[in-house]
Structures are given as C-alpha cells and as structure tokens.
Ligand binder design. Structure first.
Ligand code: NAP
Length: 495
C-alpha cells in the first residue's frame, strides 16, 4: 500500500496542516520516505464529531455484528502480510521474530474480544420485585453495563502492534461499543498508518457507521492535550511513560466534565530472591534474570528493574553482573529512549551509596546496587530506567526487606523466588507485595504477559491511574462501560 502521511478521519484521508515529520529507522536514525502531517485542531474536531455521530448506531449493533467487525480487523492485519512486519521492524529495531510474534498476539487478543462479546458479557444482575414486602414493596431492579462513548487512545512505542493502533485498548473500547480516536505514536507513524488502514477497510467491509475509528498524527503534546480535553471525549486509555500519562490524567480530571482515565504507565517490578532459593539455584536464577532484564533491550513495562535480596546473599549479585556483561545490547526503539537510558544510568552511577556492578561502559546492560538505607534517603534511584538495567537493593534482614516493600510506590508486578518452606514462614512478605501490585508471580520473571481472562495488567498508582482495572485480557472491556439500573422495566423495553 502507498502511505499518505495524512489523518484518517472516518473514511477520509485528510491533510489540513502544513507541518510535517518523518518516521525514523531505529537502527541508524535515517528518515523513512513518507512525510506525516501534524493534525490540526479542526481535524481533531472532525474526528471527534464523526465518533459522536457513530456512537448511537454503533452501540445499537448486535454483539455478533461488532464481533464480525473485530474479526475483520484481524483478517485485514494479516492481509498486510510481510510489509507490516518489515515496517514495524524498521521503525522499532525489534527483531522480525518478535514482531511476527506480536502480530500473532495482537490478532489473538482481537479474536478473544470478539469471542467474549458473543457471550453474556454485560454483567447483568436481576433482583426481582417483592410487591408483598413490608413495610415497603421492593421494586424490580435490573443492572447491566453499557458503553461510555467516544474514547481517545494513546499507544506506547515499545509494542508497535499489541499496545498501539489495533492493540488491547482500541479493541476493548470497540468491543464495548465505543468509537475510538487514536493518537498515532510518532516513533512508528508508518506502522500506525498501515494498521489504521486495516481498521478502516474492516469498518467499510462490515458496514460500520463512519467515524467508528479515526486516527490523528502529532508530535506536539498540544494536540494530545486537545484530544483529552475535547468535550466529546468520554474516556481516555493511555499506555506510555509516567510523565505522559500523568500530564494527560491531570488535564482530563480538570475538565469541566471529568472523564475516566486508564493510564498504564511505567513500573520497576520488584523481584525478591529468598535465601534458600538462592542457595539451590543461584546459577540458573542469574541466567534467567539477566535474560529477562535484557529482553526487548529492556524496553518492557514489566522489566525487572528492582531486585530485592538480603545482605547474606550479596554474592549472587557478582554472578548476575557477570551474566549481564555477557549480554548484547541491541537497538533501542528511538534515539530519545537511548539518550534517556544513558542519562538514567549515569545518574544512578553518580549517586552516593550506589555501586555499579557491571563492567561495560554505558550504554550496556547494567546492574547497580544500594542498601535499603540509601534508597530510603534518595528515592530518585527507584525511578524506572527504560532499557536493560536493574537496581539491586540489599536489605539487612527479612524485617527490613518487608518494611522497604511497604514504602514502595505501586507496581504492575512483583515476583517471589523462594522455596515453599521459606515462603510459608514469611506470610507477611506475600501480603506486603500484594498490597503494591496488580500481578504477583512465583518463581518466574514478569516479562511476558499472558492474554487471559484472569490476567491483571494494572496496579496501584503510579503504575496506573486506576488500580481497579486491567489493560490486558478480556476484563479490559469494562474500563469503557458503566453500570445502569433499570427499575420496574419490562424486559422488552430494556435496550
Ligand atoms: P510516551 O513517551 O509517554 O508516549 C506515549 C504516547 O503519549 C505518545 O503518543 C506520546 O506522544 C504521548 N505523550 C507523551 N507525553 C505527552 C504529553 N505530555 N501530552 C500529550 N501527549 C503525550 O511513552 P513511550 O516512550 O512510547 O513508552 C515507554 C513507556 O511506556 C515506558 O515507561 C513503559 O514502561 C511504558 N509502558 C507501559 C505499559 C503498560 O502496560 N503499563 C506498556 C508498554 C509501555 P509524543 O511522543 O509526541 O510525546
């Protein structure tokens, strides 16, 4: 397909702005052919107007018809063939096997949402009337979930397919009955346009109302802010950095009519290594941990960025540093992410009480260490480093370790490596971790998020802005619905 660099407004490709930017090849920073136009506020207004116009007919479609639309999106994505894979690899520097796998994950989650809405998904609750009840009769109450309305979605740079244009946020909103206006990610605009085209084709082929999906490009944060504050926007889904998510959240809650914001942001994902486990498995744990830290050049929101061990096990860190020194660095998603990685590693290495345990010059897979006392005094060392780096925090004893966990900010995941006996002897450890995270793993690593109905990919602030939800798995659909109660309605009148 020939790329246009234009905004996709319903069925129309629009170009009203004059300012342009280009996608870059991740490997060498060279510009890719197509010039992308920055959206204007008039184009955003048009995308939102179309979304509002589409909302009524779209929400009234049968679940079967909406499922047909979702499945057509999956087919159109596959029909883009190798050209989509090649473009995503070019723009992100991620290897072909990873992108091919990510396309499978993306189509898999689309199919999961299509299946889900074919079942009883609206959480209906019927509480029948009791006309004879004393002292007052009880009314007939029927509750169900209905869609919120036009939703704005921002994707992240590190999953150009699974957390981008046709990713879980867009698909869960569309499955719920909400039209979507997507803000394309400037780190992979060409990939975004290809996927946007696939959604437009699917919408037309399955007879969806125009405006069910639109996409705008922008490198200026002003357009992102304008989208979020647009009076037609009824919900926001964001995947990306804490800085971006919090800025958009602040704008959304200060609107005259605030809206729900589901911002999935960064996390340092604490991993606890217990003494008995380390005694029996140090070598294999060092191997697996170094691989997890470097997976996808460390550019995962589930990257194990914080290792927690007791002072008596400090030797393990030498073994881990040696493994990390053997790992190759890989290509960063963008020059900006590489620069941010270098500056974050340099910041860590200069902090009082922080030791650099790996030996290669920055940028390289890196391991730093510090005591709990240092981390309590200087919380800046606990900020997410987006890339292949991890910080080991050394606790005096189990009591110190549990107290330290109690002071941690919210996280997407926590992991425990322990033998059954030592885990059973420390119930407070599991309890302390459970209070901080959306997912807790035993004897594994957090990179890799299964798409499943039981998955929770979320967590307390600042990992997300709403810990009651997940952005992965079919339960993600409920972020874009609200409950409504029909009192004394005969069933034939309930929509
Ligand atoms: P990002 O820089 O925050 O970008 C995400 C999107 O938000 C982009 O379209 C970006 O556009 C926009 N944006 C950022 N700040 C904005 C602002 N102040 N106003 C308006 N728009 C704004 O994040 P990223 O670099 O793509 O992704 C890396 C981060 O995402 C990491 O922290 C990672 O942990 C996190 N992540 C989280 C999850 C999760 O599920 N929790 C999944 C994947 C990644 P511009 O680039 O034009 O600013």
């Amino acid at each position: 397909m020939k790329l246009t660099g234009k905004q996709l407004l319903g069925n129309t490709w629009s170009q009203k702005g004059q300012r342009t930017f280009q996608g870059l090849q991740a490997s060498n920073g060279e510009a890719i052919e197509t010039f992308f136009y920055e959206a204007t506020t008039e184009e955003v207004d048009e995308a939102m107007r179309l979304a509002q116009q589409a909302f009524s007919p779209y929400r009234k479609l049968s679940n079967a018809k909406r499922a047909e639309f979702l499945l057509a999106i999956s087919d159109e994505l596959v029909a883009l063939g190798d050209s989509l894979i090649h473009m995503a690899c070019l723009e992100t520097g991620l290897p072909e096997a990873r992108i091919t796998g990510e396309r499978g994950r993306t189509t898999g989650q689309i199919k999961a949402f299509a299946d889900f809405i074919l079942g009883d998904w609206t959480r209906e609750i019927h509480d029948p009337a009791q006309p004879e009840r004393q002292p007052l009769p009880k009314p007939d109450l029927f509750q169900k979930n209905i869609p919120l309305g036009p939703t704005v979605v921002f994707g992240a740079s590190n999953f150009p397919l699974a957390f981008s244009v046709a990713g879980g946020d867009t698909m869960s909103a569309l499955a719920a009955g909400c039209p979507v206006v997507f803000k394309a990610h400037p780190a992979h605009p060409n990939t975004c346009e290809m996927v946007g085209y696939a959604i437009q084709q699917a919408a037309q082929k399955t007879g969806m109302p125009e405006g069910v999906f639109s996409m705008v490009h922008a490198t200026s944060n002003d357009i992102g802010g304008y989208l979020v504050q647009h009076p037609i926007c009824q919900a926001l889904a964001f995947t990306g950095s804490f800085r971006g998510g919090k800025a958009l959240y602040d704008l959304a809650v200060r609107r005259p009519i605030p809206i729900p914001v589901y911002a999935e942001m960064g996390s340092i994902n604490p991993v606890v290594f217990m003494p008995e486990k380390l005694k029996n498995n140090a070598e294999s744990l060092a191997d697996a941990c170094s691989q997890s830290v470097c997976l996808g050049v460390g550019q995962f929101c589930t990257n194990p960025g914080l290792l927690l061990i007791l002072k008596e096990n400090e030797d393990f860190l030498g073994m881990l540093a040696a493994r990390l020194d053997q790992q190759a660095l890989g290509t960063f998603l963008t020059p900006g992410i590489k620069k941010a990685f270098i500056s974050a590693c340099e910041h860590l290495s200069k902090q009082v009480g922080v030791q650099t345990l790996t030996s290669k010059a920055i940028p390289a897979p890196s391991l730093f260490s510090a005591s709990t006392h240092t981390a309590r005094k200087n919380s800046s060392i606990l900020e997410e480093v987006f890339g292949p780096s991890t910080l080991a925090i050394i606790a005096d004893d189990m009591e110190d370790l549990i107290a330290f966990i109690g002071d941690l900010p919210g996280q997407l995941t926590a992991t425990l490596h322990g033998e059954s006996q030592e885990l059973q002897q420390n119930p407070d450890l599991i309890d302390a971790l459970s209070q901080k995270v959306g997912r807790i793993l035993l004897n594994g690593f957090p990179t890799g998020v299964e798409v499943s109905k039981a998955m929770v990919h979320g967590g307390p602030f600042p990992s997300t802005t709403d810990s009651r939800s997940t952005s992965v798995g079919t339960q993600a659909i409920y972020r874009f619905t609200r409950p409504i109660c029909f009192q004394n309605f005969p069933s034939e009148l309930i929509p």
